[in-house]
Design a protein around this ligand. Structure first.
Ligand code: CO8
Length: 371
């Protein structure tokens, strides 16, 4: 960025000088050649040339503001990298991307720089891999900063219809929150700084579906992170557990709530109170926590395939369907049914509903435009 900024500013500075010189030459030509009668004593030449130069620089200065903004915006579009081509302070840009994701909506997460996660795009699907293999992808503040940033960008990217979240390697999705980072925390700081709030805010407000592909351990915060997603697929060796009680704490991001909804009170209570009762992939599937099990080597590929299928549908319908299903956790049945009915009725205002039904009647595939 700094390099690009310097380049842009140098070009504009030279442009200013050139513009000033051109005006000075024009002034000289006017008083000395075109209209010498105006300057009979020759005494106006120097002041007029100087004034013309100053005016030229001033005019180019005003133009600079406009051109500079335009040029830098163009650089963002071309390089698709606002952290390093747009803003002089990459950390500031990252903070801004987190608090104001819409500012970076033209950018894709696939081109951003991360160290604790890896991202890529496969067709219309954004893929995020938690990447701390030596710590079994333990979840720390910096990892969540990157994860939230990537998710916000995928949510803003209109070419992305769904996201797959997985862990690097085959041993772990995530072995929980980073115990070494957490061990010295205290109540007052946790409370006043809202520990965990920032971690979970972005994933909670995602409009697009997220599929968790759980390849190995999903323990503590890892299990909770998987449950924050909309669908969980498991590799054959996946293990789900809430071992927090063994550390003198309890689950803090859904382990006592979402788990109960997913597998019922008895199993959830056993897992949370003993910390040692874990679910294998098969048990998790039987209990309803996991939608399907795949061989470990094809897990992510299969998850991406299903995410691509979801991404190929009308995005307004997919997002409303997600909202309606999630409402079942929050609302009494009668309110949930009313909410569902309103969304159902509203979808008849979309072009995709017309297209979907016309395509069925004409025996062809629908071409959704997400409008
Ligand atoms: N935090 C930090 N480091 C970890 C974690 C963790 N949660 N889990 C594993 N590691 C590290 C180990 O310290 C070890 O590092 P090193 O090589 O430097 O010593 C490395 O990963 C490999 O681990 P092990 O040698 O222990 O590997 P094993 O195969 O012997 O055991 C286990 C694997 C069973 C997963 C074991 O590592 C373990 O029990 N880990 C801790 C699991 C746990 O207690 N998780 C819950 C943490 S508390 C929590 O998650 C609170 C949730 C808060 C909300 C979060 C919101 C999203």
């Amino acid at each position: 960025m700094v390099a690009n900024d310097c380049l842009v500013d140098s070009v504009l500075f030279c442009g200013g000088l050139l513009c000033g010189t051109a005006c000075a030459v024009a002034g000289y030509v006017y008083v000395a050649v075109i209209n010498p009668a105006y300057n009979v004593h020759g005494s106006y030449t120097t002041p007029i040339v100087i004034m013309a130069f100053v005016m030229g620089v001033f005019i180019s200065g005003m133009a600079t503001t406009v051109i500079s903004a335009g040029t830098k915006a163009m650089l963002v579009c071309i390089t698709r990298d606002p952290y390093h081509s747009y803003c002089a302070d990459p950390q500031l840009a990252k903070d801004l991307a987190q608090t104001r994701p819409e500012v970076f909506s033209i950018m894709s997460a696939a081109s951003a720089e991360y160290t604790l996660i890896k991202t890529r795009i496969e067709g219309n699907v954004g893929v995020v891999e938690l990447h701390r293999p030596k710590a079994l992808n333990a979840l720390c503040t910096d990892l969540f900063r990157e994860l939230n940033d990537a998710l916000a960008r995928f949510d803003q990217d209109k070419n992305i219809g769904a996201v797959v979240l997985t862990g690097s390697g085959t041993r772990a999705f995530a072995a929980g929150a980073d115990i070494k980072e957490m061990k010295d925390k205290d109540f007052v700081t946790n409370y006043t700084k809202g520990f965990l709030n920032l971690w979970t805010e972005q994933i909670d407000r995602m409009r697009k579906p997220i599929i968790a592909a759980v390849n190995g351990y999903a323990l503590g915060g890892g299990c909770e992170l998987a449950m924050m997603c909309d669908i969980i697929y498991a590799g054959e060796k996946a293990v789900f557990g809430q071992p927090e009680i063994n550390l003198g704490i309890i689950p803090g991001a859904g382990g006592t709530q979402r788990l109960v909804h997913a597998i019922g009170k008895a199993k959830a209570m056993e897992m949370v109170l003993t910390g040692n009762a874990k679910l294998t992939a098969k048990e998790a599937e039987a209990a309803g926590l996991v939608a399907r099990i795949f061989p470990i080597e094809s897990l992510v590929e299969e998850a991406i395939k299903i995410a691509q299928e979801i991404a190929s549908k009308s995005q307004p319908s997919v997002q409303m369907a997600k909202e309606a299903v999630n409402a079942a956790f929050e609302m009494p049945l009668s309110s949930g049914l009313r909410f569902e009915r309103r969304l159902f009725q509203a979808l008849f205002a979309t072009k995709d509903q017309k297209e979907g039904m016309a395509a069925f009647a004409e025996k062809r595939k629908p071409n959704f435009t997400h409008e």
